[in-house]
Ligand binder design. Structure first.
Ligand code: NBP
Length: 473
């Protein structure tokens, strides 16, 4: 009998199944289109103890009870379809694990529905793309704690390992795992946008050529920016197009696509009232990039500053600005997870989240250790920026950060994520901002009332009458 099963053998499911089998766990595999299961078995069955199955019936019959079934199909309706097909074939207490990029709202619904039917449901984020799935992903499982206990050994074994600990930990009930994966993806959007802005400044602000920029990213990857995304940026920049002999980057169309997890993160932040400016700017930047035809027309019409060129001495300032902006993006992402934890009653362990992102996933980075240390030292930290390490890091970067943004604005190089991160930082560190004026305006045109700094209560000024103030509560 197989100890676990995977249905959905596209790139993620196939690699996850191979990872499990390579770790000595007997596994049954299934795919809607049966020929793909056959192809999979032809190619990989030598790697471990696989049972290839053609029908769902055969698949569930191949599994030990309680059954543990990983569903790795396209997010959305296909997941509901597979669950509906599986349900009549399963027994009480069997466990369905949705390991795709499902929206956490769907995961909450599915968990509730399946629990009512006596089945157990785990919604698990799996990060790291196809390479991670095969060699060790970061895994973010959510659902009933005791159900997780029954897959824990397999999950922690197949996960990436960093300093002897697995990049997998129980996140919380119902949609908690997929929520955390969603924010992870949002942070990935912000990180990628910030790197793209740094590249743009180096390329079109300073005017460096691609090999020089590749060398700069290699250099940055030896310091506190060390991360998978900085590393692959250098690799992408190093690639020469076989057809044209140009750097490949110069022949790639400048339109960023998106599958939706960044947008979900931003939408959710709006719902929760969390100022998630970095990630949201990154989503909007992708939307602007999509307007390629409009940008081409506008480029010949709309005025910009006179070309001047930024000095090469700005390179290290750009590195500092990238680091400070990245701290803000993470601070906002963690703030969002804290707000969701409060809303949904999840006991999210922030330090632990940073810890399981250190390996296997796209945002793996040296600096996640600093986040874990900050939450370990200050479990009630309200904002990462307030942790002593990050206070100091941003304080020492801020002059460079400001200089880079001023230079970018003068040059007409758009740096929305850099500048919105600084705006957030400057807004966050102000004891008294300008929203008092907004409250005054709201009270003027809509009698929405305001509170005073010097006494309790709600107040309204009779702006259009005698100008006197009245207490309204
Ligand atoms: P896809 O997202 O491309 O989905 C293809 C799989 O879904 C195939 O096995 C296909 O079966 C199956 N499927 C579909 Br489509 N509709 C189905 C239905 N109605 N009933 C049953 N099966 C159905 O695969 P993927 O790229 O491996 O991603 C799987 C999950 O992992 C997704 O949620 C994705 O967002 C997530 N993820 C992907 C990555 C990545 O780097 N690709 C990274 C992290 C997470 P068929 O062969 O019969 O068409």
């Amino acid at each position: 009998m197989s100890q676990i099963g995977v249905t959905g053998l596209a790139v993620m499911g196939a690699n996850l199944a191979r990872n499990i089998a390579r770790n000595g766990v007997p596994i049954a595999v299934h795919n809607r289109t049966a020929s793909k299961t056959k192809d999979f078995m032809d190619e990989f069955s030598g790697e471990g103890d696989f049972t290839g199955t053609e029908t769902l019936q055969e698949f569930v019959e191949a599994l030990e009870r309680p059954r543990r079934i990983i569903v790795m199909v396209k997010a959305g309706a296909p997941v509901d379809g597979v669950i509906a097909d599986l349900e009549p074939l399963l027994d009480k207490d069997d466990i369905i694990i949705d390991a795709g990029n499902s929206h956490y709202v769907d995961t909450r619904r599915r968990e509730e529905e399946l629990t009512a039917k006596g089945l157990r449901f785990i919604g698990s984020g799996v990060s790291g793309g196809e390479e991670g799935a095969l060699n060790g992903p970061s895994i973010m499982p959510g659902g009933p704690r005791e159900a997780y206990g029954e897959v824990e050994e397999i999950f922690t074994t197949i996960a990436a390992q960093v300093d002897g600990s697995p990049c997998c930990a129980y996140i919380g009930p119902d949609g908690a795992g997929h929520y955390v994966k969603m924010v992870h993806n949002g942070i990935e959007y912000a990180d990628m946008q910030l790197i793209a802005e740094a590249y743009d400044l180096l390329r079109h602000g300073i005017g460096l050529d691609v090999p020089a920029i590749k060398a700069i990213f290699d250099d940055w990857n030896r310091g506190d920016l060390e991360s998978f995304l900085i590393e692959i940026t250098a690799t992408v920049l190093d690639k020469v197009d076989a057809e044209t002999g140009k750097p490949l980057i110069d022949v790639i169309v400048d339109q960023a696509e998106q599958k939706g997890t960044g947008r979900w993160t931003a939408q959710d932040a709006l719902e929760l009232g969390v100022p998630l400016t970095g990630i949201t700017e990154a989503v909007f930047a992708r939307s602007l990039s999509a307007l390629r035809d409009q940008r081409r027309d506008a480029s010949g019409v709309l005025a910009g500053p006179k070309p001047g060129g930024l000095p090469e001495s700005l390179v290290d300032d750009i590195r500092a600005a990238l680091y400070a902006s990245k701290v803000v993006a993470y601070a906002q992402g963690f703030e969002q997870m804290a707000a969701a934890a409060k809303t949904y009653n999840w006991d999210l362990k922030m330090g632990e989240l940073a810890k399981i992102w250190r390996g296997g996933c796209i945002i793996r980075a040296r600096f996640l250790n600093r986040i874990t240390e900050s939450y370990d030292a200050h479990p009630d930290l309200v904002n990462l920026l307030m942790a002593p390490y990050f206070q100091d890091a941003v304080a020492s970067a801020q002059d460079a950060w400001r200089k880079v943004i001023v230079s970018a604005v003068e040059q007409g190089v758009a740096v929305p994520a850099f500048s919105s991160s600084l705006a957030y930082y400057d807004g966050y560190r102000r004891e008294r901002g300008p929203a008092n004026l907004i409250q005054g305006q709201r009270d003027f045109f809509g009698a929405h009332t305001y509170r005073r700094v010097d006494k309790d209560g709600s107040f309204h000024t009779r702006w259009s009458q005698d100008g006197t103030e009245v207490r309204t509560d």
